[in-house]
Ligand binder design. Structure first.
Ligand code: ADP
Length: 431
Protein backbone atom coordinates (compact mmCIF):
# COMPACT_ATOMS: atom_id res chain seq x y z
CA UNK A 1 0.00 0.00 0.00
CA UNK A 2 1.30 3.49 -0.72
CA UNK A 3 0.42 6.63 1.20
CA UNK A 4 -2.55 8.64 -0.05
CA UNK A 5 -3.89 12.09 0.78
CA UNK A 6 -6.95 10.63 2.50
CA UNK A 7 -4.86 8.25 4.54
CA UNK A 8 -2.57 11.05 5.75
CA UNK A 9 -5.53 13.34 6.55
CA UNK A 10 -7.30 10.61 8.50
CA UNK A 11 -4.14 9.98 10.56
CA UNK A 12 -3.99 13.67 11.41
CA UNK A 13 -7.47 13.57 12.91
CA UNK A 14 -5.74 11.68 15.71
CA UNK A 15 -3.22 14.44 16.44
CA UNK A 16 -4.13 17.29 18.78
CA UNK A 17 -3.76 20.92 17.76
CA UNK A 18 -2.14 22.20 20.97
CA UNK A 19 -3.08 25.83 20.29
CA UNK A 20 -6.72 25.54 19.23
CA UNK A 21 -7.57 22.53 21.35
CA UNK A 22 -9.05 20.27 18.66
CA UNK A 23 -7.40 17.84 16.26
CA UNK A 24 -5.27 19.17 13.37
CA UNK A 25 -7.99 18.59 10.80
CA UNK A 26 -11.10 19.89 12.57
CA UNK A 27 -9.17 22.88 13.95
CA UNK A 28 -8.58 23.98 10.34
CA UNK A 29 -4.79 23.78 10.75
CA UNK A 30 -4.37 21.29 7.91
CA UNK A 31 -4.27 23.25 4.67
CA UNK A 32 -2.69 20.93 2.16
CA UNK A 33 -1.63 17.30 1.88
CA UNK A 34 0.42 15.59 -0.75
CA UNK A 35 1.32 11.92 -0.77
CA UNK A 36 2.71 9.26 -3.03
CA UNK A 37 4.67 6.02 -2.50
CA UNK A 38 6.16 6.33 0.96
CA UNK A 39 6.47 10.12 0.82
CA UNK A 40 4.10 12.68 2.27
CA UNK A 41 4.10 16.37 2.98
CA UNK A 42 1.60 18.58 4.74
CA UNK A 43 1.09 22.28 5.32
CA UNK A 44 -0.25 23.39 8.69
CA UNK A 45 -1.45 26.89 9.44
CA UNK A 46 -0.68 28.02 12.96
CA UNK A 47 -1.72 31.22 14.73
CA UNK A 48 0.84 34.04 14.57
CA UNK A 49 3.29 33.90 17.44
CA UNK A 50 3.21 30.12 17.94
CA UNK A 51 6.63 29.19 19.32
CA UNK A 52 9.16 27.08 17.42
CA UNK A 53 9.18 24.41 20.16
CA UNK A 54 5.40 23.98 19.85
CA UNK A 55 5.70 23.66 16.05
CA UNK A 56 8.43 21.05 16.42
CA UNK A 57 6.29 19.15 18.91
CA UNK A 58 3.29 19.15 16.54
CA UNK A 59 5.47 17.91 13.69
CA UNK A 60 6.90 15.12 15.87
CA UNK A 61 3.43 14.02 16.95
CA UNK A 62 2.12 14.06 13.37
CA UNK A 63 5.11 12.07 12.16
CA UNK A 64 4.80 9.54 14.99
CA UNK A 65 1.08 9.04 14.35
CA UNK A 66 1.48 8.69 10.59
CA UNK A 67 4.36 6.22 10.95
CA UNK A 68 2.46 4.18 13.52
CA UNK A 69 -0.76 3.89 11.48
CA UNK A 70 1.22 3.31 8.27
CA UNK A 71 3.08 0.44 9.91
CA UNK A 72 -0.18 -1.11 11.07
CA UNK A 73 -1.34 -0.95 7.45
CA UNK A 74 1.79 -2.61 6.11
CA UNK A 75 3.48 0.46 4.68
CA UNK A 76 6.12 2.91 5.89
CA UNK A 77 6.93 6.59 5.80
CA UNK A 78 10.31 7.27 4.19
CA UNK A 79 9.90 10.99 4.04
CA UNK A 80 7.53 13.35 5.80
CA UNK A 81 7.71 17.12 5.46
CA UNK A 82 5.70 19.44 7.66
CA UNK A 83 5.53 23.06 6.54
CA UNK A 84 4.10 25.60 8.96
CA UNK A 85 2.57 28.80 7.63
CA UNK A 86 1.07 31.77 9.41
CA UNK A 87 -2.33 33.28 8.68
CA UNK A 88 -0.92 35.26 5.73
CA UNK A 89 0.51 32.05 4.24
CA UNK A 90 4.14 32.94 4.97
CA UNK A 91 6.28 29.91 5.77
CA UNK A 92 7.26 30.02 9.44
CA UNK A 93 9.11 26.77 9.84
CA UNK A 94 9.70 23.45 8.18
CA UNK A 95 10.41 20.11 9.76
CA UNK A 96 11.57 17.14 7.75
CA UNK A 97 11.70 13.49 8.72
CA UNK A 98 13.35 10.64 6.87
CA UNK A 99 15.19 10.56 3.55
CA UNK A 100 14.78 14.26 2.82
CA UNK A 101 16.61 15.36 5.96
CA UNK A 102 19.65 17.52 5.37
CA UNK A 103 22.60 15.16 5.10
CA UNK A 104 24.71 14.63 8.23
CA UNK A 105 27.54 17.05 8.88
CA UNK A 106 31.03 16.36 7.55
CA UNK A 107 32.91 13.74 9.47
CA UNK A 108 29.74 12.27 10.97
CA UNK A 109 29.54 9.61 8.29
CA UNK A 110 31.04 8.55 5.01
CA UNK A 111 27.92 9.68 3.18
CA UNK A 112 28.42 12.42 0.60
CA UNK A 113 26.73 15.58 1.75
CA UNK A 114 25.09 18.69 0.41
CA UNK A 115 26.81 21.97 1.15
CA UNK A 116 24.98 25.05 2.31
CA UNK A 117 25.18 26.45 -1.20
CA UNK A 118 23.32 23.41 -2.41
CA UNK A 119 26.20 21.72 -4.18
CA UNK A 120 26.89 18.08 -3.46
CA UNK A 121 30.31 17.39 -2.08
CA UNK A 122 32.00 14.17 -1.14
CA UNK A 123 33.54 13.62 2.29
CA UNK A 124 36.97 13.37 0.70
CA UNK A 125 39.05 16.43 0.00
CA UNK A 126 37.53 18.70 -2.59
CA UNK A 127 40.85 18.55 -4.44
CA UNK A 128 39.60 15.38 -6.11
CA UNK A 129 36.90 17.42 -7.81
CA UNK A 130 37.41 18.29 -11.45
CA UNK A 131 39.45 21.45 -11.78
CA UNK A 132 37.45 24.62 -11.85
CA UNK A 133 38.31 27.13 -14.53
CA UNK A 134 38.25 30.89 -14.05
CA UNK A 135 34.51 31.01 -14.75
CA UNK A 136 33.79 28.27 -12.28
CA UNK A 137 33.34 25.77 -15.11
CA UNK A 138 34.71 22.36 -14.28
CA UNK A 139 37.10 20.89 -16.76
CA UNK A 140 36.07 17.57 -18.28
CA UNK A 141 37.44 14.52 -16.48
CA UNK A 142 39.20 11.66 -18.18
CA UNK A 143 35.88 10.05 -19.03
CA UNK A 144 35.02 13.22 -20.94
CA UNK A 145 32.41 14.50 -18.53
CA UNK A 146 32.10 16.14 -15.13
CA UNK A 147 31.09 13.65 -12.50
CA UNK A 148 28.89 14.89 -9.69
CA UNK A 149 31.08 13.88 -6.73
CA UNK A 150 29.81 11.27 -4.33
CA UNK A 151 27.53 9.45 -6.75
CA UNK A 152 27.94 5.89 -7.86
CA UNK A 153 29.08 5.57 -11.46
CA UNK A 154 26.32 4.50 -13.84
CA UNK A 155 26.82 1.95 -16.56
CA UNK A 156 23.61 2.17 -18.47
CA UNK A 157 23.55 2.03 -22.26
CA UNK A 158 22.37 5.18 -24.05
CA UNK A 159 18.73 5.13 -25.05
CA UNK A 160 17.60 2.74 -22.28
CA UNK A 161 14.67 3.36 -19.94
CA UNK A 162 14.85 3.88 -16.20
CA UNK A 163 13.81 1.04 -13.90
CA UNK A 164 10.44 1.67 -12.27
CA UNK A 165 9.61 4.62 -14.56
CA UNK A 166 6.72 3.99 -16.96
CA UNK A 167 6.86 7.04 -19.22
CA UNK A 168 9.66 9.53 -19.82
CA UNK A 169 8.49 12.71 -21.50
CA UNK A 170 10.87 15.45 -22.64
CA UNK A 171 9.69 19.04 -22.84
CA UNK A 172 11.65 21.06 -25.39
CA UNK A 173 11.51 24.42 -27.14
CA UNK A 174 13.16 26.01 -30.13
CA UNK A 175 14.52 28.81 -27.97
CA UNK A 176 14.64 30.07 -24.41
CA UNK A 177 12.11 32.25 -22.67
CA UNK A 178 8.96 30.78 -24.21
CA UNK A 179 7.86 29.15 -20.96
CA UNK A 180 9.26 25.65 -21.50
CA UNK A 181 10.15 25.18 -17.82
CA UNK A 182 6.80 26.60 -16.72
CA UNK A 183 4.93 24.16 -18.94
CA UNK A 184 7.12 21.22 -17.87
CA UNK A 185 6.46 22.02 -14.22
CA UNK A 186 2.73 22.56 -14.63
CA UNK A 187 2.36 19.35 -16.62
CA UNK A 188 4.15 17.50 -13.80
CA UNK A 189 2.05 19.07 -11.05
CA UNK A 190 -1.15 18.66 -13.11
CA UNK A 191 -0.46 14.95 -13.65
CA UNK A 192 0.30 14.51 -9.94
CA UNK A 193 -2.97 16.24 -9.05
CA UNK A 194 -4.72 13.55 -11.05
CA UNK A 195 -3.19 10.91 -8.80
CA UNK A 196 -0.17 9.88 -10.86
CA UNK A 197 3.28 9.40 -9.38
CA UNK A 198 5.35 12.02 -11.15
CA UNK A 199 9.01 13.01 -11.27
CA UNK A 200 10.45 16.19 -12.74
CA UNK A 201 14.03 16.50 -13.89
CA UNK A 202 15.32 20.00 -14.52
CA UNK A 203 17.92 19.41 -17.20
CA UNK A 204 18.02 23.01 -18.37
CA UNK A 205 21.69 23.49 -17.65
CA UNK A 206 21.77 26.98 -19.15
CA UNK A 207 19.28 28.36 -16.67
CA UNK A 208 17.84 25.87 -14.22
CA UNK A 209 14.72 27.58 -12.95
CA UNK A 210 13.20 24.81 -10.83
CA UNK A 211 14.92 25.83 -7.58
CA UNK A 212 12.92 29.07 -7.80
CA UNK A 213 9.76 27.68 -9.39
CA UNK A 214 9.49 24.89 -6.80
CA UNK A 215 10.65 26.97 -3.84
CA UNK A 216 13.66 24.76 -3.12
CA UNK A 217 15.88 27.52 -1.70
CA UNK A 218 15.66 26.45 1.96
CA UNK A 219 16.13 22.76 1.17
CA UNK A 220 19.40 20.93 0.78
CA UNK A 221 20.16 18.21 -1.71
CA UNK A 222 20.51 14.89 0.08
CA UNK A 223 22.56 11.95 -1.14
CA UNK A 224 21.98 8.58 0.47
CA UNK A 225 23.87 5.42 -0.42
CA UNK A 226 25.36 7.14 -3.44
CA UNK A 227 21.94 8.15 -4.82
CA UNK A 228 20.50 11.62 -5.14
CA UNK A 229 17.25 11.87 -3.18
CA UNK A 230 14.68 13.87 -5.13
CA UNK A 231 12.90 16.70 -3.36
CA UNK A 232 9.33 15.69 -2.65
CA UNK A 233 7.40 18.88 -3.08
CA UNK A 234 4.05 20.03 -4.52
CA UNK A 235 3.12 16.37 -4.97
CA UNK A 236 6.02 15.57 -7.32
CA UNK A 237 9.55 14.28 -6.95
CA UNK A 238 11.98 16.78 -8.38
CA UNK A 239 15.67 16.99 -9.06
CA UNK A 240 17.47 19.95 -10.54
CA UNK A 241 20.96 20.68 -11.66
CA UNK A 242 20.40 24.05 -10.01
CA UNK A 243 20.87 22.48 -6.56
CA UNK A 244 24.12 20.82 -7.59
CA UNK A 245 26.07 23.77 -8.89
CA UNK A 246 26.84 27.03 -7.16
CA UNK A 247 24.00 29.36 -8.07
CA UNK A 248 26.19 32.45 -8.13
CA UNK A 249 28.81 31.01 -10.47
CA UNK A 250 28.09 30.90 -14.18
CA UNK A 251 28.89 27.55 -15.71
CA UNK A 252 30.12 27.15 -19.21
CA UNK A 253 29.16 23.68 -20.29
CA UNK A 254 30.85 21.78 -23.03
CA UNK A 255 28.84 19.02 -24.69
CA UNK A 256 30.37 15.99 -22.93
CA UNK A 257 30.32 17.69 -19.53
CA UNK A 258 26.67 18.58 -19.87
CA UNK A 259 25.83 15.12 -21.07
CA UNK A 260 27.72 13.51 -18.19
CA UNK A 261 25.96 15.64 -15.59
CA UNK A 262 22.58 14.92 -17.20
CA UNK A 263 23.29 11.19 -17.21
CA UNK A 264 24.11 11.29 -13.53
CA UNK A 265 20.99 13.26 -12.71
CA UNK A 266 18.73 10.83 -14.55
CA UNK A 267 20.34 7.57 -13.55
CA UNK A 268 21.61 8.23 -10.09
CA UNK A 269 18.49 9.71 -8.63
CA UNK A 270 16.39 7.48 -6.43
CA UNK A 271 13.20 7.98 -8.43
CA UNK A 272 11.32 4.97 -7.08
CA UNK A 273 8.18 3.97 -8.97
CA UNK A 274 6.95 6.69 -11.31
CA UNK A 275 4.11 6.85 -13.80
CA UNK A 276 5.73 9.84 -15.50
CA UNK A 277 9.14 11.44 -15.50
CA UNK A 278 8.98 14.88 -17.11
CA UNK A 279 12.31 16.21 -18.35
CA UNK A 280 12.84 19.93 -18.86
CA UNK A 281 15.41 19.96 -21.67
CA UNK A 282 17.73 22.85 -22.44
CA UNK A 283 16.24 25.13 -25.12
CA UNK A 284 17.19 24.91 -28.77
CA UNK A 285 18.28 22.19 -31.11
CA UNK A 286 22.00 22.28 -30.40
CA UNK A 287 24.22 19.37 -29.51
CA UNK A 288 23.37 19.38 -25.83
CA UNK A 289 19.58 19.21 -26.22
CA UNK A 290 20.00 16.64 -28.96
CA UNK A 291 22.29 14.36 -26.95
CA UNK A 292 20.09 14.59 -23.89
CA UNK A 293 16.98 13.75 -25.92
CA UNK A 294 18.77 10.70 -27.28
CA UNK A 295 20.24 9.39 -24.07
CA UNK A 296 17.00 7.98 -22.63
CA UNK A 297 14.20 5.88 -24.09
CA UNK A 298 11.62 8.65 -24.28
CA UNK A 299 7.93 7.88 -24.59
CA UNK A 300 7.67 11.16 -26.46
CA UNK A 301 8.28 14.87 -26.47
CA UNK A 302 6.25 18.02 -25.98
CA UNK A 303 7.26 21.18 -27.84
CA UNK A 304 6.48 24.56 -26.26
CA UNK A 305 6.27 27.77 -28.27
CA UNK A 306 4.72 31.20 -28.26
CA UNK A 307 2.42 32.44 -31.04
CA UNK A 308 4.78 34.89 -32.81
CA UNK A 309 6.01 33.93 -36.27
CA UNK A 310 9.69 33.98 -35.22
CA UNK A 311 9.01 31.71 -32.26
CA UNK A 312 7.04 29.29 -34.42
CA UNK A 313 9.94 28.90 -36.84
CA UNK A 314 12.16 27.85 -33.92
CA UNK A 315 9.51 25.46 -32.64
CA UNK A 316 9.30 23.78 -36.06
CA UNK A 317 13.03 23.13 -35.82
CA UNK A 318 12.58 21.63 -32.34
CA UNK A 319 9.74 19.36 -33.50
CA UNK A 320 11.81 18.22 -36.48
CA UNK A 321 14.76 17.47 -34.21
CA UNK A 322 12.59 15.03 -32.22
CA UNK A 323 11.14 13.51 -35.38
CA UNK A 324 14.62 12.95 -36.81
CA UNK A 325 15.57 11.16 -33.62
CA UNK A 326 12.46 8.96 -34.01
CA UNK A 327 10.96 10.45 -30.87
CA UNK A 328 7.20 10.83 -31.08
CA UNK A 329 6.05 14.43 -30.76
CA UNK A 330 3.16 14.03 -28.33
CA UNK A 331 2.07 17.56 -29.01
CA UNK A 332 2.69 21.28 -29.27
CA UNK A 333 1.73 23.75 -26.53
CA UNK A 334 1.12 27.41 -27.29
CA UNK A 335 2.20 29.36 -24.24
CA UNK A 336 1.51 33.08 -23.68
CA UNK A 337 -1.18 32.75 -26.28
CA UNK A 338 -3.07 35.75 -24.91
CA UNK A 339 -3.02 37.89 -21.81
CA UNK A 340 -5.86 37.45 -19.35
CA UNK A 341 -6.27 40.36 -16.96
CA UNK A 342 -7.45 39.86 -13.40
CA UNK A 343 -10.92 40.88 -14.60
CA UNK A 344 -10.87 38.02 -17.11
CA UNK A 345 -10.57 40.32 -20.17
CA UNK A 346 -8.44 38.73 -22.94
CA UNK A 347 -5.79 40.60 -24.98
CA UNK A 348 -3.99 38.79 -27.82
CA UNK A 349 -0.62 40.41 -27.22
CA UNK A 350 1.52 38.00 -29.22
CA UNK A 351 -1.32 36.80 -31.43
CA UNK A 352 -3.10 33.52 -31.07
CA UNK A 353 -3.58 30.20 -32.84
CA UNK A 354 -0.28 30.14 -34.75
CA UNK A 355 0.96 27.05 -32.93
CA UNK A 356 -2.18 25.11 -33.76
CA UNK A 357 -1.69 25.82 -37.46
CA UNK A 358 1.98 24.90 -37.15
CA UNK A 359 1.07 21.60 -35.45
CA UNK A 360 -1.36 20.80 -38.27
CA UNK A 361 1.32 21.54 -40.84
CA UNK A 362 3.76 19.22 -39.09
CA UNK A 363 1.09 16.57 -38.60
CA UNK A 364 1.51 16.52 -34.82
CA UNK A 365 -1.17 16.97 -32.12
CA UNK A 366 -1.95 20.37 -30.62
CA UNK A 367 -2.22 19.98 -26.85
CA UNK A 368 -3.65 23.41 -26.10
CA UNK A 369 -2.78 26.94 -25.18
CA UNK A 370 -1.91 28.62 -21.91
CA UNK A 371 -2.60 32.34 -21.40
CA UNK A 372 -0.21 34.86 -19.88
CA UNK A 373 -1.46 35.60 -16.41
CA UNK A 374 0.03 37.62 -13.61
CA UNK A 375 -0.62 34.73 -11.24
CA UNK A 376 1.43 32.21 -13.23
CA UNK A 377 4.40 34.55 -13.19
CA UNK A 378 3.92 35.29 -9.49
CA UNK A 379 3.44 31.62 -8.57
CA UNK A 380 6.60 30.73 -10.51
CA UNK A 381 8.64 33.39 -8.75
CA UNK A 382 7.10 32.41 -5.43
CA UNK A 383 7.76 28.68 -5.81
CA UNK A 384 4.08 27.78 -5.66
CA UNK A 385 3.00 25.89 -8.79
CA UNK A 386 0.02 24.47 -6.91
CA UNK A 387 -1.36 28.03 -6.94
CA UNK A 388 -1.82 27.76 -10.73
CA UNK A 389 -4.47 25.13 -10.09
CA UNK A 390 -6.32 26.83 -7.29
CA UNK A 391 -6.97 30.41 -8.49
CA UNK A 392 -10.54 31.60 -8.05
CA UNK A 393 -10.47 34.98 -9.84
CA UNK A 394 -11.46 35.01 -13.56
CA UNK A 395 -7.83 34.83 -14.77
CA UNK A 396 -6.99 32.08 -12.27
CA UNK A 397 -10.01 30.01 -13.29
CA UNK A 398 -9.00 30.32 -16.93
CA UNK A 399 -5.40 29.39 -16.21
CA UNK A 400 -6.46 26.32 -14.22
CA UNK A 401 -8.83 25.21 -17.00
CA UNK A 402 -6.15 25.61 -19.67
CA UNK A 403 -3.56 23.66 -17.64
CA UNK A 404 -6.01 20.88 -16.84
CA UNK A 405 -6.94 20.64 -20.52
CA UNK A 406 -3.23 20.32 -21.40
CA UNK A 407 -2.79 17.48 -18.93
CA UNK A 408 -5.92 15.75 -20.21
CA UNK A 409 -4.80 16.06 -23.84
CA UNK A 410 -1.33 14.79 -23.01
CA UNK A 411 -2.82 11.74 -21.29
CA UNK A 412 -5.03 11.11 -24.35
CA UNK A 413 -2.03 11.31 -26.68
CA UNK A 414 -0.10 8.88 -24.48
CA UNK A 415 -3.02 6.46 -24.51
CA UNK A 416 -3.30 6.74 -28.31
CA UNK A 417 0.46 6.26 -28.65
CA UNK A 418 0.28 3.10 -26.51
CA UNK A 419 -2.51 1.72 -28.71
CA UNK A 420 -0.61 2.56 -31.89
CA UNK A 421 2.58 0.92 -30.66
CA UNK A 422 0.67 -2.17 -29.53
CA UNK A 423 1.76 -1.71 -25.89
CA UNK A 424 -1.91 -1.67 -24.97
CA UNK A 425 -4.87 -3.40 -26.60
CA UNK A 426 -8.19 -1.60 -27.08
CA UNK A 427 -10.95 -2.78 -24.76
CA UNK A 428 -14.40 -3.15 -26.31
CA UNK A 429 -17.20 -2.73 -23.84
CA UNK A 430 -20.71 -3.82 -24.88
CA UNK A 431 -23.58 -2.67 -22.76
P1 ADP B 1 11.91 28.93 -20.56
O1 ADP B 1 12.03 27.66 -19.78
O2 ADP B 1 11.36 28.70 -21.94
O3 ADP B 1 13.19 29.72 -20.60
P2 ADP B 1 10.33 29.91 -18.35
O4 ADP B 1 9.33 28.85 -18.13
O5 ADP B 1 11.53 29.95 -17.46
O6 ADP B 1 10.84 29.87 -19.86
O7 ADP B 1 9.55 31.29 -18.33
C1 ADP B 1 10.22 32.53 -18.47
C2 ADP B 1 9.49 33.54 -17.61
O8 ADP B 1 8.19 33.78 -18.15
C3 ADP B 1 9.29 33.12 -16.17
O9 ADP B 1 9.42 34.24 -15.35
C4 ADP B 1 7.86 32.62 -16.13
O10 ADP B 1 7.28 32.78 -14.86
C5 ADP B 1 7.19 33.51 -17.16
N1 ADP B 1 6.06 32.85 -17.83
C6 ADP B 1 6.11 31.75 -18.60
N2 ADP B 1 4.88 31.44 -19.06
C7 ADP B 1 4.03 32.37 -18.55
C8 ADP B 1 2.62 32.59 -18.62
N3 ADP B 1 1.83 31.81 -19.34
N4 ADP B 1 2.09 33.66 -17.92
C9 ADP B 1 2.91 34.46 -17.19
N5 ADP B 1 4.23 34.31 -17.09
C10 ADP B 1 4.79 33.28 -17.75
Amino acid sequence: MSLSKDFVSSCLTGVADPVRGKDLVSSGALQWVSACDTYASIRLQMPDGTGRSVLDQVAQLAHAKLSQVAQRNGTRVDSFIVEFVDEAGTVLHEKRFGGMMPAPSAGASNEPRASASGSVSSPESRSDRPEAGPTGAAAPGSAGHTPIPGLQPANRPAGAGLPGVKHIIAVGAGKGGVGKSSIALNLAVGLARKGHAVGLLDGDIYGPSMPTMLGLAPLEQAVLNGKLQPFYIHGIKAITIGKLVDADRPLIWRGPMAHGAFKQLTEQTQWGELDYLIIDLPPGTGDIALTMAQSLALTGAVVVCTPQKVALDDAIRAARMFQQLNIEVLGVVENMSSFVGDDGKVYDIFGKGGAEVMAQRLGVPFLGSVPITMSLRANSDGGDPTGNFTGSDPAGVRLKASLEALVQNLESQLALGALRSGREKPVLTIS
